[in-house]
Structures are given as structure tokens and as C-alpha cells.
Design a protein around this ligand. Structure first.
Ligand code: SF4
Length: 357
């Protein structure tokens, strides 16, 4: 299950996730709407969940009493007895010791921290509210709590050097047991897009990604997915569910669920979500996309290829096999049973997907 917390302290210059900056007066109304949504769709049978991921937005902007209400709603409608992993996202600027204590006491196992960089001028360019000092104290706080820690880092930031990237990578490895590396991409109309062009950033990103692929495995952080690195056993089970095309229920504005080949998209914005909740989430408040068996299969192939385990050859249609054999050999690792991407293939993932689609 994914729960979308649509609130942030301010909007970062590159962000394309849905969140509202500073509308904290609406948190209680969002919790009430979440209750209505969960009751409408999940009141009948208490679905047993395997993983929980509270993301956003910025979940660490919620107060403890709001967190408690959220947990009360979720436990009212869902069965957590089989939960193997529960993650909350957080930002260094808003994460407090009491959040970490609360998460520990409520059976959370992981915290995913938006570090992004440990270089202050890069953080300022990205429009983040924290500086490197705050990021270090937040990482220390989580490490000392016993929660597993994942850190997000961004590469391809204007003015970023390989030296500063090396510093950010090596520093987070001292605290975390999971690292996610994302290339800075600029969505149209974001403040950063107006200042810099995407083409320039995209070419700049390649060497940083390549360096991450080199340095992280040296410290036992294996690349298990295009953007994700962890020592064996610390992979994010929730995200693996997406890449394995497992069913994922998602609650909150802009959340997208996937159940047995059908994708359900919730109202995209908070006000539309409130309106839907007022009317007890009528059918037309969600959009549905039913994937054909062919599209479902192609999607599963692409999702599986994102991971180091790759895809079982049994899933490949002759058409896909032919397309793969037309591409350069060094993009793939091919065995009798499976096909996965090589390191180089991981770097060129986007071009491979567009060939396969
Ligand atoms: S904190 Fe995260 S979700 Fe919020 S604006 Fe920044 S990048 Fe987007």
C-alpha cells in the first residue's frame, strides 16, 4: 500500500510530484478524506498488506497527532499482521526525533530521507530548505534509531563536480543501507527549467551515474535497479512490488493503484480529492485504465528489466526477442533462462524502453 501525503514546506525548484506548499491547515481535512476513501473501497474485507510506503510530499511535516490519526485510519481498514516492511519518506528540514521514535513504536522498518546532496551550493540551486549540516544530523538521528535508512541523491545538478558527487555518495554510505540516485530532470514550468535547459543537464548526468555504478558496489551497495543500490537483503520490498507488477493499493490525491491489470488514478489535486470525498468518491472521481494482456506483458518486461534479476525469457514474445537481438550485445546479460541489463544497459535504459515499446 502506498499513501500519498500531499504537503510540503515549500516547493523545490525541480519537483514534479504532486504536493501543496504550506497548506498545513488542510491536513485534518485530508485525513478525513482518506478515511472516506478507505471506507468506500476497503471496508468489506480487511486486505492483508505485505508492505506500506508513506510518501509524498513530505510525511515528516505531519505532527505526531496527525500521524496517529493516519495510523488509526489504516489499521481500521487493513490487516497489518503480515507486514514485512513499512517505510516513511522524510526531509532533513522537518524530521524530528519524535517522528523517528513514533515510527519505531509503530512498527516502521525504514525511513527514506531526501538528502539530495551534501554540498550546500547544490542544495541551494535545487531549492531545498536544508543544508548539509541538517542532512548529517537527520542521517545520524535515523541511524541511531535502528530504522533502516535510505538516502536519495540527485546528480546532474548545475555546477556539480565529480568531487562533490563522490563526497555525497561516500558520506551517505556511512549512514545508510540503501541509496537511490536520480538524474536531475526539469519538468516544464518549474523554476529550474526556466533557468537551465534539459539537454545540457542530460549529457552532464552520464558521468555521474557511471561513477555511482563504480563506487557504490565497492562498498557492497549492489545496483539492484536502475536508480537503486543496497547491500543484499536491504532492497526496498515495496518498490520491488511495482517492478514485479504486483498489486499495489494507493490512497490520497494523485495516488495510482494497480490491481490485476487495471490502473486506478485518484483525483490529481487536493481540492478535487476533497470534492470527491464529500460525494463519497463516485465512480467518475477515479480514472481507470485496463491494460490488454499484450500491454501488460510489455510493461512487465520493461519493469523487470529495470532490476538486476531481469526478465524470464518465457515472458518474451518473438517480437521482443527480435528487438533485443537487434540491439548491441553489450547492453544485456543473456542466459538460457533470463535476460537482464548490463551496467551499460542500465545507463541507456530509456533508449532501450523506447525500442521495446
Ligand atoms: S520536498 Fe520532495 S515532494 Fe516536496 S517539493 Fe521538494 S522534491 Fe517535491
Amino acid at each position: 500500500m502506498y499513501v500519498h501525503v500531499p504537503f510540503c514546506e515549500s516547493k523545490c525548484g525541480y519537483c514534479s510530484f504532486y504536493s501543496e506548499a504550506g497548506r498545513f491547515c488542510d491536513v485534518e481535512a485530508w485525513l478525513e478524506a482518506l478515511d472516506v476513501e478507505a471506507k468506500k473501497y476497503f471496508d468489506d474485507d480487511k486486505i492483508k498488506l505485505r508492505t506500506l510506503y508513506v510518501g509524498g510530499g513530505t510525511p515528516s511535516t505531519l505532527t505526531l497527532s496527525q500521524w496517529q490519526k493516519l495510523i488509526d485510519i489504516l489499521t481500521r481498514y487493513f490487516d497489518f499482521s503480515g507486514l514485512t516492511e513499512a517505510t516513511s519518506e522524510a526531509n532533513p528540514n522537518s524530521l524530528k526525533p519524535e517522528h523517528v521514535k513514533f515510527l519505531r513504536e509503530n512498527n516502521f522498518t525504514r525511513l527514506s530521507l531526501g538528502v539530495q546532496s551534501l554540498n550546500d551550493s547544490e542544495l541551494a540551486i535545487l531549492g531545498r530548505l536544508h543544508n548539509s549540516r541538517k542532512a548529517f544530523s537527520a542521517m545520524e538521528l535515523v541511524r541511531n534509531s535502528g530504522l533502516n535508512l535510505s538516502c536519495d541523491l540527485i546528480f546532474g545538478v548545475p555546477s556539480q563536480s565529480l568531487r562533490s558527487w563522490d563526497y555525497s555518495l561516500k558520506s551517505v554510505m556511512n549512514f545508510a543501507n540503501h541509496v537511490s540516485c536520480y538524474q536531475l530532470t526539469l519538468e516544464p514550468d518549474t523554476p529550474l527549467a526556466k533557468k537551465y535547459g534539459n539537454d545540457e543537464l542530460n549529457t552532464a548526468g552520464y558521468k555521474f551515474y557511471r561513477y555511482a555504478q563504480y563506487i557504490l558496489p565497492k562498498k557492497n551497495f549492489a545496483q539492484y535497479e536502475i536508480s537503486n543500490f543496497a547491500p543484499p537483503g536491504f532492497e526496498c520490498q515495496h518498490n520491488l512490488a511495482y517492478w514485479h507488477q504486483d498489486n499495489v493499493i494507493a490512497l490520497g490525491p494523485s495516488a495510482v493503484s494497480y490491481v490485476d491489470g487495471v490502473r486506478y488514478a485518484n483525483p490529481a489535486m487536493l481540492d478535487e480529492y476533497f470534492h470527491a470525498a464529500k460525494n463519497n468518491f463516485p465512480e467518475e472521481s477515479r480514472t481507470y485504465e485496463s491494460l490488454s494482456p499484450h500491454d501488460r506483458n510489455i510493461e512487465l518486461i520493461i519493469l523487470s528489466l529495470r532490476t538486476k534479476w531481469g526478465v524470464s525469457r518465457e515472458l518474451l514474445t518473438p517480437e521482443v526477442e527480435a528487438k533485443i537481438s537487434d540491439m548491441p550485445e553489450d547492453l544485456f546479460i543473456i542466459t538460457d533462462e533470463r535476460i537482464s541489463l548490463s551496467k551499460r544497459g542500465m545507463r541507456l535504459g530509456n533508449s532501450i524502453w523506447s525500442e521495446l515499446i
